[in-house]
Design a protein around this ligand. Structure first.
Ligand SMILES: Nc1ncnc2c1ncn2[C@@H]1O[C@H](COP(=O)(O)OP(=O)(O)OP(=O)(O)O)[C@@H](O)[C@H]1O
Ligand SMILES: [Mg+2]
Length: 321
């Protein structure tokens, strides 16, 4: 097995708001290995994006990492300065966001934005940086890159813009790539193309990828492992087959059941999990899922379950396993 390159231990990221302290990431433990593509799933508001931003060192005030460690190849990112993080970002760690227009600068040509990555991080000069940029645009499937590279982002379609964003993110062969809903803002046919781009990249590069998505179809297509988040924690982690076919945590069981069954021709049934996500300023005692859990017992109301290995590579945070 490849070595663990990302080892997150008991990470906490809070936002201080008028309503109280929002514990967006509330004791996350997560390991990712070199070359692994991990799907990070869980319903809206459970802290997936904030976890990604924490790894990138991009949590802004009123947010703050208040505890835990993010060990990246043994070095704790939490204790790094903002300048050190700036150098890591885009080089050894990079992130693709849902909306390509957030990442691209509207007033700079695509060529300027790509070439800058090579200039800033690798000290390359004009011609070499341009050549590298053209290669990348081909890699992510942009046709006739020579004709397009000097255009502005608005001259590209949404799908083409997202390809440019992916090109920038993978330009320097990051060891860790975070992709936060990289296809959600795109229409269905374009989504399929972007998934193909990511799939090809996986084969050509050796990056570990954390793919944040609501779409279990995307997970099934791209990921070897899955981590399930609930209210700021990882509550289950395992390989794809285990999570899809033998989920253990009652929340994961509900999540998997809520995937529409395509084979039932149009009779896709969506079983919503009863209840709503706990208010992140008022976290219930014991297991955070217990108010929604049909199997909850006395212990679940009192004691918080820890994430523990129940079989090799399969971790669950539930008293009932
Ligand atoms: N800037 C902020 N200020 C206050 N609270 C915030 C801020 N950013 C995020 N949060 C809160 O942190 C929690 C986790 O949010 P996050 O965006 O990480 O969820 P998510 O799992 O990515 O959801 P989605 O699937 O909808 O993208 C939420 O309760 C959210 O309201
Ligand atoms: Mg999000």
């Amino acid at each position: 097995m490849n070595e663990v390159i990302l080892d997150i231990q008991n990470l906490e990221t809070n936002f201080v708001t008028k309503k109280g302290i929002v514990r967006a990431v509330d004791g996350v433990d997560l390991q990712v290995r070199r070359g692994e593509t991990l799907g990070l799933v869980g319903e809206s508001g459970c802290g997936k994006t904030v976890l990604g931003l924490s790894i990138m060192g991009l949590v802004d005030s009123p947010g703050r990492i208040t505890g835990g460690k993010i060990l990246f190849k043994g070095e704790d990112l939490v204790s790094k300065s903002s300048e050190e993080m700036r150098q890591l970002r885009g080089d050894r760690i990079s992130m693709i966001f849902q909306d390509p227009t957030v990442t691209l600068n509207p007033v700079l040509r695509v060529s300027q934005q790509l070439e800058e990555v090579f200039r800033y991080h690798r000290g390359m000069k004009g011609k070499e940086a341009r050549q590298k940029s053209l290669e990348l645009l081909s890699l992510v499937g942009i046709p006739q890159p020579e004709e397009r590279i000097d255009r502005y982002p608005f001259e590209f379609s949404g799908g083409m813009q997202q390809r440019v964003v992916i090109a920038i993110a993978v330009a320097l062969n990051p060891e860790l790539l975070l992709a936060d809903e990289p296809t959600t803002a795109l229409d269905v046919t374009v989504q399929a193309q972007i998934i193909k781009v990511l799939k090809d990249l996986k084969q050509q590069k050796d990056s570990a990828i954390i793919l944040i998505t609501h779409d279990m179809g995307v997970v099934a297509e791209l990921c070897e492992t899955v981590a399930v988040t609930y209210a700021g924690n990882i509550i289950e982690q395992g390989d794809l087959e285990t999570i899809l076919e033998r989920p253990s945590h009652p929340y994961t069981v509900g999540l998997i059941q809520s995937i529409p069954k395509m084979e039932e021709h149009g009779k896709a049934r969506l079983t919503a999990i009863p209840g709503t996500l706990a208010d992140p300023t008022e976290i219930p005692p014991g297991c955070k899922f217990h108010p929604r859990c049909s199997r909850a017992e006395e212990v679940c109301k009192k004691t918080r379950p820890v994430l523990r290995e129940v079989s090799p590579g399969h971790k669950v945070a539930c008293h009932l396993d």
